[in-house]
Write a protein that binds this ligand. Structure first.
Ligand SMILES: [Cu+2]
Length: 445
């Protein structure tokens, strides 16, 4: 849909609008106090830098530092165990307990950009990555003064990345899956669980776990009264199971070893079968090694019936839904900070015409809460965990905790390219441009 929609607006206008929007919204962060460069410290002439590890950042913001001897004083100021690794230089601290420090001598470091990250599973994807910029790291025309990255350089870096949006990547998840219909009318879904190479953002392929090869898994939609069957084939090299989160099912279909079933072994199969008893906004996901399998991609929207528009909003002109969007949030595993399995600039933009209403079902399949913020249009929460609210709640920001679902109506009231992102700012922005949990809604006449 996005290709067609983009052509309506015109590609050039789209890019210009996006650029203007980004410049307007995301101000430049050139706080010089945030520089980690400690100047030329010590008799050796080495540059000494104090770095802090926390959930989920490596800080402070790094400015460019001169080539030569570099010493890092690394302190874990967080509440979890972290480490700091610079793979290109082959150096790494031990796993540091909260409060612990370690000094890393990097030796004589040449001009360049060196990635720094915490190597504990999931931490880099959650934000614990940074770049150590040394000497002429930017290729000569950065105009460095006093070891600081000037604002023009930062701006150029940010714009370069932001203008990649919306970037094409391989693979698109979450599309509606058509069942085959059994003789007795049962809707039958065949689902294969396997590891795939998933392009999270342009050129960045990760090992994902996927239902039918895509992240999120294909959407399943039933009507109340439908008979449902899912034949699961496990092609992973570990066990798995499927839980129907937020769906009323018989106990033995709940997908939890050892309470309800044995794990589906590698090469094994399992059939889930039940009747759709009640309307639902739910999700199907793994319940085996879930803290890894779910963030790595084993989730998909599972909806039953239609969500009604509350009378209160019908009176305000919300009479028809132009578009329904499932927005699955994630922040961990191999996929990391993402919307529907993609990270900015590969996230999908959405288009609306003036006056149109978009219904969004948010699902959080990550490990952290995410306050999802729509710049415009204004939102109304109409359901929590699939249950309609008697009175809608106005919401330009809705905080979605892991496992929760919120249904929000957004009405397009003003033309423009409107950012839509997680408002935990380091889930969306960096001094290298936007990343992770950012997309946009484009409203046209
Ligand atoms: Cu977030």
């Amino acid at each position: 849909m996005s290709r067609t929609d983009r052509s309506v607006l015109g590609w050039g206008a789209f890019v210009v609008a996006i650029a203007a929007l980004f410049l307007a919204i995301f101000g430049l962060n050139t706080d010089s106090d945030a520089s980690g460069a400690g100047g030329d410290g010590g008799a050796s002439g080495a540059t000494v830098i104090d770095l802090e590890l926390s959930e989920w950042a490596i800080g402070p913001l790094m400015s460019e530092i001169p080539a030569g001897e570099i010493i890092l004083n690394v302190t874990n100021v967080g509440s979890m165990v972290h480490n700091l690794s610079i793979p290109q230089l082959g150096v790494k601290t031990a796993d540091l307990q909260p409060g612990e420090s370690e000094t890393l001598e990097l030796g004589n470091v040449a001009d360049g950009q060196y990635d720094m990250l915490c190597e504990i599973a999931g931490h880099a994807a959650s934000g614990m990555q940074a770049v150590l910029m040394v000497g002429d790291a930017m290729g000569g025309d950065g105009g460095m003064a006093g070891g600081e990255m000037d604002w023009q350089t930062m701006e150029r870096n940010m714009l370069e990345r932001n203008l990649l949006f919306p970037a094409e990547t391989q693979g698109k998840g979450g599309e509606l899956m058509e069942p085959t219909i059994d003789a007795d009318g049962t809707k039958v879904y065949d689902v294969t669980v396997s590891e795939v190479d998933w392009e999270v953002e342009p050129g960045k392929f990760v090992k994902a776990m996927a239902y039918n090869g895509v992240v999120p898994g294909p959407q399943i939609h039933l009507e109340v009264g439908d008979k449902f069957r899912m034949n699961v084939v496990n092609q992973l090299d570990e066990g798995t199971s499927v839980h129907f989160h937020g769906i009323r099912v018989p106990w033995n279909m709940d997908g939890v070893e050892p309470f309800t079933q044995h794990v589906i072994e590698p090469g094994g199969t399992f059939t889930y079968e039940f009747e759709a008893l009640e309307p639902a906004v739910g999700i199907y996901h793994s319940h085996t090694n879930g803290q890894t399998q779910i963030p790595n991609g084993l989730f998909g929207a599972f909806t039953i019936g239609e969500m009604p528009i509350p009378e209160y909003l019908q009176d305000k002109g919300y009479t028809e839904i132009a578009k329904t969007v499932n927005m699955v949030l994630n922040d961990a595993g191999t996929i990391g900070l993402s919307l529907n399995g993609k990270s900015f600039p590969a996230t999908e933009p959405y288009t609306l015409r003036l006056g149109e209403v978009m219904m969004v079902h948010y699902y959080n399949e990550g490990l952290m809460a995410h306050p999802m913020h729509m710049h415009q249009p204004m939102g109304w929460i109409i359901a929590k965990d699939g249950v309609p609210l008697e009175t809608p709640i106005p919401s330009d920001t809705v905080n979605v905790a892991p496992g929760e679902r919120y249904t929000v109506l957004y009405k397009a009231t003003d033309v423009g390219v409107w950012a839509w992102h997680c408002h935990i700012l380091n889930h969306a922005e960096s001094n290298d441009g936007m990343f992770g949990m950012v997309t946009a809604v484009i409203v046209t006449e």
